[in-house]
Design a protein around this ligand. Sequence first.
Ligand code: COA
Length: 316
Amino acid sequence: MVGKIIGTGSYIPEKYLDNNDLAQIIETSDKWIRERTGIIRRHVVETETTVSMAAAAADNALQNSGIHADEVELILLCTVSSDVILPSAACEVQQRIGAVNATAFDLNAACAGFVFAYVMAQGYIAAKIYRTILIIGSESLSKLVDWKDRGTCILFGDGAGAAVIRAAAGQRYLPVTGSDGESGLSLTLKSRFWQEDAAARSYIGMDGQAIFKFAVKKVPQAIRGVLKKNRINPRTIDWFILHQANQRIIDAVIKRLGISEDKFPSNVAEYGNTSSASIPILLDEMVQKGLLEKGQKIVLAGFGAGLSWGAVVLKW
Ligand code: COA
């Protein structure tokens, strides 16, 4: 028994800020941002919230999978930017979409979140605990960045993506996942409730170069690792869907793996880094464009704060 993705969905806020908009508020330029990151625009919430985007992406995924909300047995919602803590964002989504038979909870694994949720979903399905699982990544990172910090605010964006996973006959693949708490201080966000000064706000803090080095080393290792573990020839993989952090990271991974760049779709130019939402947004975009064909083998790879990383193989 394996969990198959039977439907995907996404939600992107209409409003966006392009690099020239940012150059109005911080000392930067379109050229600098494009060259260092490949990012041109990032979409940002107006009236939307992390919960509302998650629910919209979930509705979309349910519709595309052709199942009713009451068939969902588990909702895993990955986020680091929820507008609610109690109840969990997942419970709020459960209520909004009418998934009355689902158990629901949140998962924080930052930009590795969607891959970790996928691995959890496969575990629940293999153990025959749940058969139909909705996994969602939803982020409002525009609320967590310091818009005066040009080293971070240029990178992040908002949005949500979701996938419905259902038990089916088929081959199971083992994942590769890991965390390195020792290096955790290179990407941080302190909870606002623990600030000495209650009025002080905390924002995403990042050692950009440390994260860059971590990503270009760990992601190829995780991808090679997951292919070796499952005895799969890298050439037989049709798509490598990476967390969309930065085009330079994606390009460095392509170079290290020595695989054709055509197999690495990217939409970071349009959305920036949407953390746990980036992989399901890209997956849904590929479905909408008709790029995914039955039987194709796909690698998903996520990485980010924790530091954490993970790679999985799936058959479409
Ligand atoms: N516009 C113009 N100049 C900027 C800038 C901006 N938006 N941000 C930083 N700079 C400046 C710095 O102040 C520095 O100036 P200085 O040399 O006068 O001190 C210079 O550019 C170089 O800064 P540096 O941080 O060394 O740049 P970089 O080449 O490492 O690029 C990142 C910065 C953030 C683009 C890069 O480190 C990166 O992509 N890291 C990975 C981040 C990431 O993906 N995080 C999420 C992972 S899930």
